[in-house]
Design a protein around this ligand. Structure first.
Ligand code: PDD
Length: 304
């Protein structure tokens, strides 16, 4: 088999855009339904406007990882969106545990979506916000990406980071969706947003880090990126290990000339970026610090 052909097959295997599997039993307003139940009206604001907030949380061996951090961020997002929903941590935790049992699953992602509820029109009519909770399968290929790394492209986005809802995790995801169509077309597996000032921001569903001369660098939250929970843990681990950490404003060129680059997210944990815009990062292989951080992170998720 020619090398080029083999590379093409490998590239094909790395395409992430498979539909994410949702487990059979879901919860809507704290009642359990089968996932194909007809729950939303045509006036639903989630469907009409993407008017809501969400969280993706990981469950490791039946343990909801960093639950408190996710609940805090969900509350912050709802405050920014002015959605008046009483987030009851215990009630949500119980519901997730119930779904884990019903679906007989111990390792998965949980997606919690809170919307402003039903009612067309602007300003929004006084409706009743609603909450959906579902369990989602974790892509088996992630471990492969973690070892070998993936390709990414830079995506210029002139408006996203000027937007007033910056920092909130909203279900209004169009810029990210469009960027994902673009990176898939380019045979890559992630797109990294660049602001109109030319600053590297974050991935379509991840934060970005890079290493230069032993310093771990990541874009500053003031850019308007999502305060990733995995990002927070990585910074903590690095500080524990006495690795210098810098949060700043970086241009594409700095990332391209880094010694190592990786992305972080709840579902993918840490995944090296070995090629960006068709340029190899260093020798095009997963870096040592990236590997060390991933193994330290994996240890953290096992400690209950
Ligand atoms: N996405 N930035 C964006 C735009 C994201 O969508 C995500 C997470 C992150 C990383 O945040 P965290 O480490 O808290 O997962 C950064 C989740 C996984 C998702 O879209 O389902």
């Amino acid at each position: 088999m020619s090398r080029r052909f083999k590379n093409r097959i490998e590239e094909k295997n790395l395409i992430i855009s498979l539909p994410m599997k949702v487990y059979r039993f879901i919860s809507y307003n704290f009642k359990v339904f089968k996932k194909n139940a007809k729950l939303w009206r045509v006036e639903h604001r989630g469907m009409n406007y993407g008017d809501g907030a969400y969280e993706t949380i990981r469950v490791y061996d039946g343990w909801i990882f960093a639950f408190k951090d996710h609940i805090e961020r969900l509350k912050r997002s709802l405050k920014v969106l002015k959605i008046d929903f009483p987030v009851n941590e215990e009630k949500i935790e119980k519901e997730i545990m119930k779904l884990l049992k019903l679906n007989r699953v111990k390792n998965c992602a949980v997606r919690i979506v809170i919307t402003r509820g039903n009612g067309l029109g602007l300003p929004p009519p006084k409706g009743t916000p609603d909450i959906s909770i579902m369990l989602v399968d974790i892509d088996k290929k992630i471990e492969d990406y973690q070892k070998k790394g993936i390709k990414a492209i830079f995506v210029e986005n002139t408006r996203l980071y000027d937007f007033s809802i910056r920092g909130a995790k909203t279900i209004n995801f169009l810029p990210n969706i469009l960027a994902s169509i673009e990176f898939e077309k380019m045979g890559a597996q992630e797109g990294i947003f660049v602001t109109h000032e030319g600053f590297v921001a974050e991935g379509t569903t991840s934060n970005i880090f890079f290493v230069k001369n032993g310093v771990l660098k990541t874009p500053h939250l003031d850019i308007g990126i999502l305060a990733g929970i995995t990002r927070k843990f990585i910074i903590e681990i690095a500080k524990e290990e006495r690795i210098p950490v810098e949060e700043g404003f970086y241009k594409k060129e700095e990332v391209l000339s880094a010694d190592e680059v990786f992305i972080s997210s709840t579902t993918r944990e840490i995944v090296p970026l070995v090629v960006i815009d068709e340029k190899k990062i260093a020798d095009g292989k997963t870096g040592l610090l990236t590997t060390a951080l991933l193994s330290a992170f994996k240890k953290k998720v096992l400690i209950k």
